[in-house]
Design a protein around this ligand. Sequence first.
Ligand code: PRP
Ligand code: URA
Length: 208
Amino acid sequence: MNAVELNHPLIEHKLSILRDKNTGTKEFRELIEEIGMFLCYEAMKDVKLDKVEIETPITKMKTGRLNEDKYAFVPILRAGMGMLDGVISVIPNAKIGHIGMYRDEETFEPVNYFFKVPKDIEKREVIILDPMLATGGSALDAIELLKSKGVKKMKFLCIIAAPEGIKKVESKYPDVQIYCAHIDKKLNENKYIIPGLGDAGDRIFGTK
Ligand code: PRP
Ligand code: URA
């Protein structure tokens, strides 16, 4: 598996609070946002900066600057919205698209109910956001929808990934790099991630 996993004791610490069933909505939401920000830093490690010359109060210097107009974030609704403020704090001028999808509770297949992306999406690198990569069905559908709009470069950011989901995405789209805070053990019979954190959308929005 080529997925990049954030390997840091502070991430494990934050995940331990996030996973805890006694953690309330406010803290859960804050942690999803914060880990989303760290994932975005990691995902931008390979970025090419434009060369610019600036003047500090002391002297002129040559340095690098990010062309923020080359990026778009696309959260998968609902749970992906929880990561948006964190990633936007890293690239504030990125455009934002939305893909609405939920997993059918019986078939576990994703059902698409909304799709709205920036007009020039095909010219941008797209960073897809979803805290949970479980069977990988939602991720695959999101990638396919974006490819059909002409998007060439995509990355997938999630908080927890199951090996089953990683394998599915990597075998169909090896060009889409996955970044996650942790790769968990496996899925249970209801296709929930073990040990996981439960239902991310419900815990972010307090709907259960
Ligand atoms: C969750 C999660 C992913 C999907 C992952 O969404 O946020 O989108 O399930 O599962 P998969 O990899 O097996 O497709 P959910 O269907 O619970 O919708 P929600 O975000 O509205 O809660
Ligand atoms: N969706 C979630 O929110 N959690 C899981 O464990 C699997 C899918």
